[in-house]
Design a protein around this ligand. Sequence first.
Ligand code: NAD
Length: 333
Amino acid sequence: MKILITGGSGYVGSRLTYFLLEKYDDMHIYNYDLSFFGDKHLPFNNKNYTYIKEDIRNSDKFNEILKNNKIDIVIHLACLSNDPSFELNPKISRTINYECFENLVLSSKKNNIKKFIYASSSSVYGVSESPRVDETHKLVPLTDYNKYKGLCEPILQSNINDDFHGIIIRPATVCGYSEKMRFDLSVNILTNFAYNKNYINIFGGEQYRPNLHIDDMCNLYDYLIFKDTNKFNGEIFNAGSQNLKIKEIAKIVAKIVPQYTNKEIELNYSKNDDNRSYRITSDKINDVLNFKIEKNIEDAVHDLCKAFEKNLIKDSFNEQFVNIKTLQKLNLT
Ligand SMILES: NC(=O)c1ccc[n+]([C@@H]2O[C@H](COP(=O)([O-])OP(=O)(O)OC[C@H]3O[C@@H](n4cnc5c(N)ncnc54)[C@H](O)[C@@H]3O)[C@@H](O)[C@H]2O)c1
């Protein structure tokens, strides 16, 4: 089995790569990524791993890699993966997150890829009062990042056929330990501050956000690789477990972290104008796809604390862990 992951150097892609390489001896992972946030953490010594440091906008290169390596499945993760990163240079961001997408799909189809799995985002819903936002809910994108994540979905759906399957996942905000950490995601950032500085700053706090443990994210991609997707071709699935207010997440973090540090956590509240708020339901992935989400935010906080204890994460306030700060220095073209 040959899997090509675009964005395989990133937060989700790195964990997914290690997870799959550890689990399967007969799977080869091709990581197609420009590695904006570094590549030292990648498993270069693994014989089942190939690193292609390339741009997803380079259509000739992407085509060549698929053709020469007879890839079976593409998991498309690469993009500028949050609002501020997208806003840094919206024109260039559009080329990465949207304009090249059709070519990635067409090239995959042409090269006999069996399945194309697209990581969209539950942020496509933007804002909703509904306590149960399912996949049929209208999209109210509040930012261009949300908008273009959503606009890629019908491009994939319009290209599927019996030989070329497309599956779209709308993940909640992912949390937990990865070989390439991101400390600009809510649970991760709160745990980093609580563990290393003994305080948490809560901006706003009233907005609801769904969350997903990174192990469940990886289990889901693994499940989709092997699942017979005939009946689900072109379908969209939410993937998230707990819908919580940011201030509720902060309370969970403040309860767990002192078990490791023996220090009380100070909670500082201030105002915020980020009004994204939505609560997704992932019943469809459970009922239709029969995929069970098993972990929760508490697990992610414990995992991060253990990773800090083992010194697996060094210099956690370094800018490399905050996408926008790294990208500001890169001057993307
Ligand atoms: N992390 C989350 O909470 C979350 C939630 C919902 C959806 N998603 C989606 O899941 C995917 C992975 O998220 P992540 O947190 O791992 O993101 P990430 O920012 O950590 O990784 C993205 C990777 O894409 C690469 N990349 C960006 N532009 C590229 C280009 N032009 N060519 C080649 N590579 C390029 C970057 O170098 C990076 O390694 C993204 O599509 C994101 O939108 C993530």
